[in-house]
Write a protein that binds this ligand. Structure first.
Ligand code: SF4
Length: 382
């Protein structure tokens, strides 16, 4: 069950006392010079950070932005970052597919991944010549932790005739064992393409059982999956959707496809974080709820001031490991660098390249809502 439910910014953004101590500990202060450099940034986060808090945060922001220029670094900020990171220091923002494409294309010596560890690995896989840093080694992911490369090798032994698709929310060793990757923007497209290429009526899609079940409802391909789940999205339920509709008549409910199938069945629209953001941008609903991680609503709300957001708050503890303080530290100390064995990297890149070679769509693909869930086979780990 999601923690409920009402308007107003989701999670408190930074902790100002901690930020103040953090700035002071690094010899940073809110001087007239810092004030002049950051005054134009404050309106971007004024819904989340009070004027009293700003002097504690502005010196960290200014120093991060100065170091980026000095070191030719860029920050890739995932949609689930808090608004201080997303709006004030992120150079590129988006879902994991968008950030992976930016990592491959960007001209910079250093990439700081404001996201979780598998995202930083994906950047390193696609941009091996760049130094990729992750601000916190504790920024993991319940999906990535649910499966290993050894698990995939066993799956391939058990089902040698079927292609294996991995969601990008996995470690490099898992990607290296799979035939192709997918994201929540293109999962159904990837499943159908690989089934055609292999001339197979069955595809194995790991590790997210809910994404797999939601894809299964959209396609005639038989799907086999793995019992992984996102600890954030699995908490949403169809009961939440019903409660939201009762409490907020007319609200438009958008869901991420890592949610259980009954949530997508009850929602009005479903898709990746980019698809959800595009929906709000294109349709300007009067009142909307995003059934996904808390900060996503804050970030989309900041870009759509005319839309009322109802905000159920399920927070990803891993994403919240990334803070302005540890972004600054990783730039100062050049820690924690992501390193991947070259043979593994090349194999993992082949799986990502297979996905990137598919026709690019103008917009992220949506999942059809209202469909009855389909039962599918879930593999029991050995
Ligand atoms: S929101 Fe879910 S899938 Fe995304 S990083 Fe957190 S645990 Fe992983």
């Amino acid at each position: 069950m999601a923690r409920l439910i009402d308007s107003g910014p989701g999670c408190p953004t930074p902790t100002p006392i901690r930020a103040k101590n953090a700035a002071e500990a690094r010899g940073l202060a809110y001087t007239d010079e810092i004030k002049a450099k950051t005054d134009d940034l404050y309106p971007l986060v004024s819904d989340f950070i009070t004027p009293m808090e700003w002097p504690a945060i502005a010196p960290l922001v200014a120093e991060i932005n100065r170091l980026k220029v000095e070191k030719n670094a860029v920050i890739l900020a995932h949609n689930y970052m808090t608004p201080d990171i997303f709006r004030l220091v992120g150079d590129f923002r988006g879902d994991s597919l968008q950030l992976a494409r930016e990592a491959a294309a960007v001209e910079a010596d250093i990439i700081v991944q404001a996201g979780v560890h598998f995202m930083a690995e994906t950047s390193k896989i696609l941009a091996p010549e760049k130094t990729v840093l992750i601000p916190s080694l504790e920024a993991g992911c319940s999906l990535a932790a649910s499966i290993t490369g050894a698990d995939v090798r066993l799956i391939k032994q058990r089902y040698p005739d079927y292609p294996v698709v991995t969601y990008v929310n996995t470690t490099a060793d898992v990607k290296a064992e799979c035939h192709i990757t997918c994201t929540s923007s293109n999962a159904a497209q990837v499943v159908e393409a690989i089934a055609k290429e292999w001339n197979s009526d069955t595809v194995i899609l790991v590790p997210d059982q809910y994404l797999a079940k939601n894809v299964a409802a959209q396609t005639d391909i038989r799907i086999i999956t793995w019992p992984g789940a996102c600890e954030v999205h699995e908490l949403f339920s169809a009961d939440d959707v019903n409660q939201l509709r009762e409490a907020h008549p007319g609200v438009v409910i958008l869901a991420h496809p890592e949610c259980p199938p009954d949530v997508l069945q009850a929602a009005d629209f479903a898709g990746s974080t980019s698809a959800l953001a595009s929906y709000v941008q294109d349709n300007s609903p009067n009142k909307v709820v995003l059934l996904t991680e808390c900060s996503m609503s804050d970030n989309v709300a900041a870009e759509n001031p005319g839309v009322n957001f109802v905000r159920p708050c399920n927070l990803c503890p891993h994403m919240k490991r990334i803070t302005l303080e540890n972004i600054l530290d990783c730039l100062i100390e050049m820690k924690h660098e992501v390193v991947i064995d070259e043979e593994m990297r090349v194999k993992a890149k082949a799986a990502i390249d297979a996905m990137l070679a598919l026709p690019k769509t103008d917009k992220p693909l949506a999942f059809e809502t209202g469909l009855a869930p389909r039962e599918i086979e879930v593999i029991s780990p050995a």
